[in-house]
Write a protein that binds this ligand. Structure first.
Ligand code: NAI
Length: 408
């Protein structure tokens, strides 16, 4: 399979190269991001490009990338990629949204203790030469109630870690979720707010969650409780939070994400109504930023892309349906990407059956504008049959990943 060429940009973690090389692919790592003509030039003949957040994969870039089959986004977001254009060309895009789950959960738990002991303020005072030894307003977290809003990957990990500290965990989610350990679902968000000493937000950024935590929700929190947000900056109304901290309704807050965040480290200034308020821990969106998360991203995206090249599996893709079919002995795999319109499968199956080829397994999935088929047949498809499959109306790409040369 070494005939697949992979270009890794932006110093993607070495785990990615290791994983892709273990499949026998030809991998070229580069330290920097590329753009413009240089990027277009380097992408010629490349089957997979691995990027982080800086390289912009626009429709124009995709247009010139004649051999490109997949993009590995070795990061969480995929805003730097024109997903619609990639999908229209049958290019699968992979990312690693959950590689930093544990990192965020650990940060949140440490902040619960920080807020309970006013550690941020004590440390800042010590740096200014002020020794303020006091037990005033300092509490253990054991026995306190932690309310988790959004009980997904991160919310559940937070719930598990909090119990190890002896906390009682309540959670609220719009979808029914099985509790971890002794975590308990709350009857409503209002009930959770009324009972929790700490409320931590772990919802995604959606139309529903935008501004979901404003003055009314803050008011419903217990007097003296603390709020933590390491989800998305648009979820919390920052001026309302600042007001509740200043008037003493809340005892503290830990905020990692902001409605507007600086693009550049150091050179871009950061401003927030929360600056200068006592017992407020502010961090520059570092919840998921750990060495372990970077390693996980390298391995996870490297593995997902490798499996895609080797078997056609699209598990972990953001713009394709998630399909997987274990390879079977003596079978030959064919993948077919097409526009998601009625009737394509009928023609695909007609071409295959007219060629006298027997289908051992077949799975179809659709995602928005694209349809994708994994199919195992009893013998290698002759070039003429592949051409006939490519000629089926609405076909985007045909490939024979197992054992054959790259097609399409
Ligand atoms: P997830 O998708 O696994 O979980 C989100 C949960 O929120 C789901 O269970 C969903 O049903 C629930 N939910 C959606 N709308 C809701 C609503 N209106 N009320 C209550 N629950 C609702 O996501 P994951 O991985 O746990 O991430 C959570 C958040 O953390 C996301 O916003 C993500 O962007 C953010 N994040 C922040 C990082 C940082 O560096 N601070 C790093 C990684 C993720």
């Amino acid at each position: 399979m070494s005939n697949y060429r992979v270009l890794l940009l932006e110093s993607v973690h070495p785990n990615a190269k290791e994983k892709l090389s273990s499949y026998g692919f030809d991998v070229e790592p580069l330290a920097d991001a590329l753009s413009g003509k240089e990027l277009a030039e380097r992408l010629k003949g490349v089957h997979v490009v691995g990027i982080r957040s800086k390289t912009q994969i626009t429709a124009e870039v995709l247009e010139g990338a004649d051999s490109l089959m997949a993009i590995g986004a070795f990061c969480i977001g995929t805003n730097q990629i024109d997903l619609a254009a990639a999908t229209a060309r049958g290019v699968a895009v992979f990312n690693a949204p959950f590689s930093n789950t544990r990192s965020v959960a650990e940060l949140v738990l440490s902040e619960v203790v920080m807020l309970s002991r006013q550690l941020g303020d004590r440390s800042a005072q010590m740096h200014q030469g002020q020794w303020r030894k006091t037990a005033r307003s300092s509490y253990e977290v054991r026995g306190k109630v932690l309310g988790v809003i959004g009980y997904g990957h991160i919310g559940r990990q937070v719930g598990v870690l909090a119990e190890a500290f002896g906390m009682q965990v309540l959670y609220h989610d719009v979808v029914g979720k099985l509790p971890m350990g002794n975590n308990a679902p709350s009857v409503s968000m209002d009930a959770l707010l009324a009972e929790s000493d700490f409320v931590t937000l772990h919802v995604p950024e959606t139309v529903q969650t935008k501004g979901m935590f404003g003055a009314p929700e803050i008011k419903r929190m217990k007097k003296g409780a603390a709020l933590l947000n390491a989800s998305r900056g648009t979820v919390v109304d920052i001026p309302a939070l600042a007001e509740a901290l200043k008037n003493g309704h809340l005892s503290g807050a830990a905020v990692d994400v902001f409605p507007v965040e600086p693009k550049q480290n150091i050179s871009d200034e950061f401003h927030s109504e929360l600056q200068g308020i006592a017992n407020v821990v502010l961090t520059p969106h570092i919840g998921g930023s750990t060495i372990e998360a970077q390693e996980n991203i390298g391995t996870e995206v490297g593995e997902a892309v490798s499996r895609f090249l080797a078997t056609g599996s699209t598990m972990g893709a953001v713009n394709f349906p998630h399909l997987d079919l274990p390879p079977s002995e003596g079978k030959y795999r064919v993948t077919h990407v097409h526009e998601n319109v009625p009737g394509v499968m009928r023609h695909v199956n007609r071409v295959v059956s007219e060629a006298g080829v027997n289908v051992g397994a077949q799975v179809l999935g659709t995602h928005e504008t694209v349809g994708y088929v994994l199919m195992d047949v009893d013998r290698p498809l002759p070039p003429k049959v592949i051409q006939d499959l490519e000629a089926v109306d609405h076909t985007i790409r045909v490939r024979t990943p197992l054992g054959g040369p790259p097609v399409g």
